[in-house]
Design a binder for this molecule. Structure first.
Ligand code: LLP
Length: 422
């Protein structure tokens, strides 16, 4: 049992609260987030990067309370849509500390960004022209960066690599100088930053050094005519989902980035800020997903059928991700057999944990999937007529409901029956 989780009286506890009693009180499936762990993660990371501004990648966890906690810690936000700008503002993150990073933005989204006063990371020339036109009309000036495709390969799952030459994100390095020149002449936009993001769940430090160098090559070329305020190297810092996975510490990441960044800035004779956009690192291990066992079936394998499937946590089905499974009401008991934990969705891919050694699993046990705080609830759906689940926050041995469980009413929400069919 890693980190802030403990076993007390054979039960799993999170933030000092008994996971089994949380499941009884709030029902299952249930996401349980430990506030202290969120704050510890933020502080550990930012302590390793003194002077660096942290823009929490809001896509990784869209709960307002989670973002509120990071706002209190001093974070900005990387918002990938107008909706994420809205949520970040509602959580109390100031507009000047929000970077709108989406690709393929609508004109309406750009207008929303202009009206909100946030910065924009521009992903294409079409977007640059649209933003300039809208900002000019609104008599505003928007601080912008360009998202660079740095062509760095990080050893991430193919669906999670974003900085490859073939990726849909960013502008090729060969076009960067000319697009900054063009932006400089356009009204309504003020190019002050440069941005990249090389991928997610990265477990090595070398790609960050490579990305820093490639970005600084570009910075060197544009700094003659651009007053650069900041360089944003994105997020992607991986976490050890599986026991024994070697993961760099924040200090290791910092060592891979800061000396190179500083040396190159000094050589060019500039002192821009450094921005980073961690999502997963901040939230993943703060949260467990609790689910109840409906059935244990001895078939081709021992299948444990729970009440959460890929409608609740899509990561295993979508990326073959590993999440540690613990029987919360038998957390101290030794493993007695091999089990595959599956959900209640009508697809064979609805598997949450494959071939795990667990204590004897029985109906009504509570399974906890660990490290479920990043890309968990926010990627959940109502597939197969299942209302989305609830979220609670634990702190000082107490729990607060921070998102209500949906009901059947939510399944009907926004659906319209034409009168002639009534
Ligand atoms: N910045 C940008 C521009 C991004 O697109 C992302 C993530 C981040 C920062 C944060 O990356 P992180 O530090 O969380 O790795 N749904 C997938 C992950 C998708 C990541 C998308 N972009 C998963 O469940 O693993």
């Amino acid at each position: 049992i890693p980190g802030h989780l403990e076993v007390k009286g054979n039960h799993l506890t999170i933030g000092g609260v008994d996971a089994v009693s949380l499941a009884e009180t709030y029902g299952t499936p249930l996401y349980v987030t430990n506030e202290d762990r969120l704050r510890d993660n933020y502080r550990r990371f930012s302590a390793a990067f003194p002077g660096v501004s942290i823009f929490f990648a809001a896509k990784s966890n869209n709960n307002l309370v989670v973002q509120r906690i990071f706002a209190q810690e001093g974070a900005g936000a990387d918002a990938f849509s107008d909706g994420e700008i809205y949520l970040a503002r509602m959580a109390g993150i100031p507009a000047e500390k929000i970077l709108f990073t989406g690709n393929s933005k609508t004109d309406a989204e750009l207008q929303y960004a202009i009206d909100s006063g946030v910065m924009v990371s521009v992903d294409s020339r079409d977007e640059l022209l649209a933003l300039s036109k809208l900002a000019k009309k609104a008599k505003k000036e928007v601080k912008i960066a360009f998202r660079v495709n740095p062509d760095v390969s990080a050893d991430a799952h193919p669906k999670l690599a974003t900085g490859l030459k073939v990726s849909k994100f960013g502008i090729p390095t060969k076009d960067i100088v000319s697009i900054y020149k063009e932006a400089k002449k356009l009204p309504g936009v003020n190019p002050v930053g440069i941005h990249c993001h090389i991928g997610s769940q990265i477990l090595e430090t070398a790609p960050y050094t490579e990305a820093t160098n490639k970005m600084m090559d570009l910075v060197e070329q544009i700094s003659g005519f651009i007053d650069l305020e900041w360089v944003d190297l994105g997020g992607g810092f991986g976490i050890p989902y599986q026991k024994g996975t070697k993961v760099p510490t924040p200090k290791d990441w910092a060592k891979a980035i800061l000396p190179t960044f500083k040396a190159r800035c000094k050589k060019i004779g500039i002192s821009p800020e450094l921005h980073l956009e961690p999502g997963r690192y901040m939230v993943a291990d703060s949260t467990v997903l609790l689910m109840r066992v409906n059935t244990v079936k001895k078939a081709y394998k021992n299948f444990v059928g729970t009440d959460a499937g890929f409608n609740t946590l899509i990561r295993p089905a979508m990326y073959d991700s590993y999440h540690e499974a613990v029987i919360a009401n038998k957390a101290g008991s030794p493993a007695k057999g091999e089990y595959t934990v599956v959900g209640p969705i009508c697809e064979s891919g609805d598997i949450l944990a494959t071939d795990r050694q667990l204590p004897v699993v029985e109906k009504d046990d509570i399974v906890a999937l660990l490290d479920a705080g990043a890309y968990g609830f926010c990627m959940s759906s109502q597939y197969v007529g299942r209302p989305r689940c609830a979220e609670v926050l634990v702190h000082n041995g107490k729990a607060d409901l921070i998102r209500k469980r949906e009901t059947f009413d939510d399944l009907l929400q926004n659906q319209i029956m034409p009168g002639r069919l009534l």
